[in-house]
Ligand binder design. Structure first.
Ligand code: SF4
Length: 477
């Protein structure tokens, strides 16, 4: 989301006549808002930039420091008035205002706009995509969230949920396809609750409630509009060689229509992020997630029935308010039962403004949270190893990202399930049985036979593979 927001902000600034410099560390950027460590890094960086600004005041008098995104919205007073570290602040719904804010900054004023909007989707702003190789891109499809999970600050920093009109999303994906982009990730806080109410789409698609069985919401279920299944359907038809991923979804919005579409379309990746957060129904209730352990497991079963071989990833929080050892054991058993291949695991850290901050006790001691996190990581690794080891002997279609970080003799890419694949750099025939050889480059699809799995120090596994041949991507899907 931060990358996507940065691309939108750049588009707006470019139109206003600004260009990007690499002479200094990037001054304007959106900031991660979920982890203390990330936030501390930002404070340190701002202090460093302020010192730098003072030093080069004479030969760069126009240098201004700005902060964009959630952190700007949440820490406005501290950033502007207490610490006096920034000149310009723009919240996630105020990027259109950046040129005005900067001009105020040049006149010596500290300028800020952190108002949240009920409508802003930046539908008419074509982002300046800036991935290094340019073969994958994020496309923002909705903003904000209405779910109000009790630990989460997103609804307060990014505002209410609103979806970008379908026509604007399709236009951007078509443009990316024309530019040779091979993988698009549809992006939003709660991506599968997408609902486009624009263009008189007031009649519901079939399966109108959109909710997964056994799930509920804290808000009144919305009616009408075009749904996530409509969006996936249209986007996946634009370019059959373009992979479609989406993140981050909520388990409540996986009706059968969405799952069937994922199964049917060859270019929609068979990988679903299914944030569980906890394996205990009691903790899930305190988190206000809208489902029980049983409903979540039923959903996993349904997903696996409709999409055999699907890869599942998840998010978990250890040590949430009131979590007992028994609750923690239930989380470990859920991880064992489901068998994810990737996980994002965190120890709970309370955020101001949230429901938990006002109503619950952060009563699990930090060392206990940490120990539970380590246990969870260890179980997660064991299970991920099993899932990934099952790939040995299989042939995977890999989208090449570039040189592997470990060796200039190796390339790396990702399979359909988003597992990293590392393989030797080599030339291959343009087509099987033709003598002309070409080097493999980023953005190519290659077929790779997995013959070895190596456990890296992370939760993900990295695979050392034997590459067999380049394929026509359309045939490979
Ligand atoms: S669904 Fe995600 S973004 Fe929305 S409140 Fe819950 S955790 Fe936060």
């Amino acid at each position: 989301m931060n990358i996507s927001d940065t691309e939108i902000a750049w588009s707006i600034l470019q139109k206003a006549g600004y260009s990007r410099t690499h002479e200094l560390p990037e001054v304007l950027q959106t900031l991660p808002n979920k982890k203390e460590k990330a936030e501390q890094t930002i404070w340190n960086r701002l202090k460093h930039l302020t010192a730098l600004k003072k030093r080069c005041q004479k030969h760069k008098p126009l240098l201004k420091i700005g902060v964009l995104g959630c952190m700007a919205e949440r820490l406005k007073t501290k950033l502007l008035e207490q610490e006096k570290l920034v000149d310009v602040l723009a919240g996630p719904d105020a990027y259109r205002d950046l040129p005005r804010l900067l001009s105020l900054g040049y006149r010596g004023q500290r300028a800020s706009n952190v108002l949240l909007s009920l409508e802003e989707t930046y539908a008419d702003v074509m982002p300046v995509h800036q991935t290094p190789e340019g073969h994958s891109a994020f496309v923002s499809i909705m903003r904000g969230c209405d779910n109000m999970c009790s630990y989460c600050i997103v609804p307060f920093t990014r505002g209410r949920e609103r979806s970008r009109p379908l026509s604007s999303i399709l236009e951007e994906v078509r443009m990316l396809s024309d530019q040779g982009v091979k993988e698009v990730t549809l992006l939003g806080q709660n991506v599968n609750s997408y609902r486009d109410f624009s263009e008189q789409h007031f009649i519901c698609s079939e399966g109108s409630t959109q909710l997964s069985r056994g799930f509920k919401t804290v808000y009144r279920t919305k009616q009408g509009g075009l749904l996530f299944s409509d969006l996936l359907d249209k986007v996946s038809q634009i370019d059959p060689d373009m992979r479609i991923r989406f993140t981050s979804p909520h388990p409540k919005d996986f009706p059968d229509e969405v799952l069937q579409l994922i199964q049917e379309r060859r270019n929609i990746c068979k990988q679903i992020h299914l944030p569980a957060q906890s394996g205990s129904s009691r903790v899930l209730h305190a988190m206000r997630r809208g489902y029980t352990r049983e409903a979540y497991l039923d959903l996993v079963e349904n997903i696996r029935e409709i999409i055999p071989g699907v890869n599942l990833s998840s998010d978990f929080i250890t040590g949430f308010c009131g979590e007992t050892e028994e609750d923690h054991q239930e989380t470990l058993s859920l991880v064992r039962e489901v068998g994810y291949n990737v996980g994002f695991l965190f120890a709970y850290s309370m955020r101001k403004k949230t429901h938990a901050y006002h109503r619950l006790q952060d009563d699990v001691p930090a060392p206990v949270k940490q120990r539970r996190l380590e246990e969870l990581i260890s179980v997660f690794r064991e299970e991920a190893a099993k899932v990934n080891m099952a790939l040995i002997g299989s042939t995977q279609l890999v989208l090449v990202e570039g040189e592997s970080k470990r060796s200039s003799e190796e390339l790396c890419g990702r399979n359909d399930g988003n597992v990293k694949v590392v393989f030797p750099k080599t030339d291959l025939p343009i087509q099987p049985e033709k003598p002309q050889m070409v080097p493999i480059t980023s953005g190519d699809y290659v077929l790779v036979k997995v013959n070895y799995g190596q456990h890296d120090n992370k939760i993900e596994l990295i695979w050392l593979c034997l590459l067999s041949l380049v394929v026509n991507p359309a045939a490979g899907f």
